[in-house]
Each structure stands twice: as C-alpha cells, then as structure tokens.
Design a protein around this ligand. Structure first.
Ligand code: FAD
Ligand code: MG
Ligand code: MG
Length: 292
C-alpha cells in the first residue's frame, strides 16, 4: 500500500532498515556485510551529516535518477530522517511534507526509467526538480547543477549515491566539496563503501518496487544508445541466484519490477538473467558501449 505522507514512508523505510539489521542468522555472508554497510551509512548520515546541515530547512538536496544505488540510499536516508525526527524532542510533528531532490534528465534514458522516476517521486514524496527535458538534454552535469543552484540557492549540500566501484570514484570521501569546473557545494556520499551484492541484497529484501529495466538483463542504466544487456548475464551460462532468501522472506517470493514501458518492450527477452544475478562489481558496466 502506498504511504500517506513523507512521515509515513520515512517510518516505513526506518522499519525496513531496522528489520534488515535484525536478521539473526544470515543465510549468506553477503547479509552480514550488508548489515555493516547499513550501519556505517546510518552513522555517516546521523552523526556527520544531519548535525552540520539540517535535513529540515532545504540546505540538503538528494540527487536521484531512479537507479538502484540512489534508491537504496534514499530508503536508508528516509529511515535516518525518521530517527532524527524522533530523537528531536522539540519537534511535535514531522516537519516536512516532501523531500527536496534533483534529477538531471541528461541523456536519452530508458522510458521505463523515466516512468519509474515519476512513480517513485510520488511513492517517496520527493519534490523533484527535473532539468528541462525538451531544452536542456545537451547540458553537461556541472551546467545542469549550476542552473539548479540558481533556482535553489539555499542548497548547501547534495546527497549522491555513488560507490567506490564506480568509474573515478575510488578516492572519493563521504563528505567533500565539488571539484574545479563544478558549481561550489558539498557532496554527501554515504554509500561509497557499498558493494554491488549488498545493494541487491538490501533492495530485494526491502520489497520496494525497482526499475523494470533491471529485470531484462541490465545491471547498470546509462544513456539508452550506449547501454546493452550485460553479456555476463547471458543465459548461455547457468548463474546461481544469491538472494533467494531476501526475495522470499516476506512470503511473496517475487521481485517487484516496474512494468516495461511500451517503448522499451523490445528489451523483453529470455536470453538474459536479471541484473541482480551479477555479483562482481567490476563487471557492472560491461553492458556499456564505448562512446567515440
Ligand atoms: P550512477 O550509479 O549512475 O550514479 C551515481 C549517483 O549519482 C546516483 O546514485 C545519483 O545519486 C547521482 N546521479 C547520477 N546521475 C544522475 C542524474 N542524471 N540526475 C541526478 N542524480 C544523478 N564529478 C566530478 O568529477 N566532480 C565533482 O565535483 C562532481 N560533483 C557531483 C555532484 C553531484 C550532486 C552529482 C550527482 C554528481 C557529481 N559528479 C562529480 C559526478 C559523479 O561523480 C558521477 O560521475 C555521476 O554521478 C555519474 O555517476 P555514474 O553514472 O558513474 O553512476
Ligand atoms: Mg550506480
Ligand atoms: Mg549513471
């Protein structure tokens, strides 16, 4: 059932994270590793981020593109927001109706992903700034964020769901300023230490809807003209499913994939396993075609 408010979905996300942390006898080492990853992310958000930039007054924004990583971070972040609210005895009521977020609709992305962003914007009560689809597709990321900050000058820090395994990310820090060539703000990156397998374990356990493109052989979602199903997910070779327990723990046993848009229906196939069959971080982007 859909949540009735940001407070409601935040409380629900808090329960998801806490119930994952309470799994007693994990069926796989991935679960134990994911529990540690959640705890570190929660510590960064609650101890290092919220005391410095209030999550309640517009100083923080959340960068969201509907991908699995920022969705995992969003669930944990909303749970932290609930915990932070509960620990603040001055607050009689949950102080926000929506969460400030930003989506740079930069490339020709999958229509299914755009629909998923629209759907989850409502599900998670995001007040989502979307860079102009018709005019600004050619803007670079730094230019797009420059425009965002002109429109939202109160923003001091932006949450990013980037991980060490992403390209050029190995030296990033959980909290750091932007680089030269970018508008000046703080990047908040509390998901850096997460492995691909932890992302899937938590997301599949959560029972939350996930973007349908992952269901048809994609492990990472880039520009539509440069992203193919990942060859390492080909059914020519049998692959084991590592998350059977996570998928079935609520008795449902099905993954809640968003429907493929009619424009993406040609991606439906029987030749590839879903994205969560891939375990190795270094193979996540093997479905990308090199740009020339
Ligand atoms: P993905 O897994 O696709 O993205 C990683 C995360 O980036 C996502 O979880 C999401 O939080 C965010 N993100 C990605 N694409 C979008 C989008 N279209 N709209 C909104 N959020 C998105 N690079 C630098 O070299 N120097 C910088 O100072 C710098 N600052 C950045 C500040 C912000 C707020 C963001 C979002 C990115 C910044 N980047 C910067 C780029 C960043 O390091 C990644 O290269 C970029 O996010 C693309 O990630 P990816 O496609 O490799 O991985
Ligand atoms: Mg990612
Ligand atoms: Mg990307």
């Amino acid at each position: 059932m859909a949540a009735s408010s940001l407070a409601d979905i935040s409380e629900r996300c808090h329960k998801i994270a806490q119930s994952y942390l309470q799994i007693k006898e994990p069926s796989s080492p991935i679960i134990r590793e994911t529990q540690d990853a959640i705890k570190l992310t929660q510590r960064l958000v609650l101890n290092d981020i919220f005391p410095r930039w209030s999550p309640f007054n517009g100083e923080i924004s959340f960068s969201y593109n509907g991908g699995k990583d920022c969705q995992v971070l969003l669930i944990i972040y909303l749970g932290c927001l609930w915990e932070y609210y509960k620990s603040n005895t001055n607050l009689k009521q949950f102080p926000l109706d929506t969460l400030k977020a930003v989506f740079i609709d930069q490339y020709q992305t999958f229509h299914t992903l755009e629909q998923f962003v629209e759907f989850t914007k409502k599900r998670y009560y995001l007040s989502l700034y979307e860079s102009d689809r018709n005019h600004n597709k050619s803007l670079s990321m730094p230019e797009a964020f420059h425009r965002y900050l002109v429109d939202h000058p109160e923003t001091k820090a932006i949450v990013v769901g980037i991980r060490y395994a992403d390209p050029f990310a190995q030296d990033l820090k959980p909290i750091q300023r932007t680089d030269e060539g970018w508008p000046d703000f703080l990047r908040l990156q509390p998901l850096l230490h997460w492995k691909l397998s932890c992302i899937w374990s938590f997301l599949l356990y959560s029972g939350e809807p996930i973007c349908g493109i992952y269901g048809v052989g994609f492990s990472s979602l880039g520009d539509i003209s440069h992203t193919l199903p990942n060859p390492h997910l080909s059914k020519k070779k049998a692959l084991p499913l590592f998350y059977e327990w996570e998928i079935s723990h609520r008795g449902k046993g099905v993954v809640n994939c968003s429907p493929l848009s009619s424009q993406d229906s040609h991606f439906q196939n029987d030749e590839y396993f879903p994205g969560w069959y891939l375990l190795d971080d270094s193979l996540e982007r093997c479905g990308r075609v090199k740009k020339h």
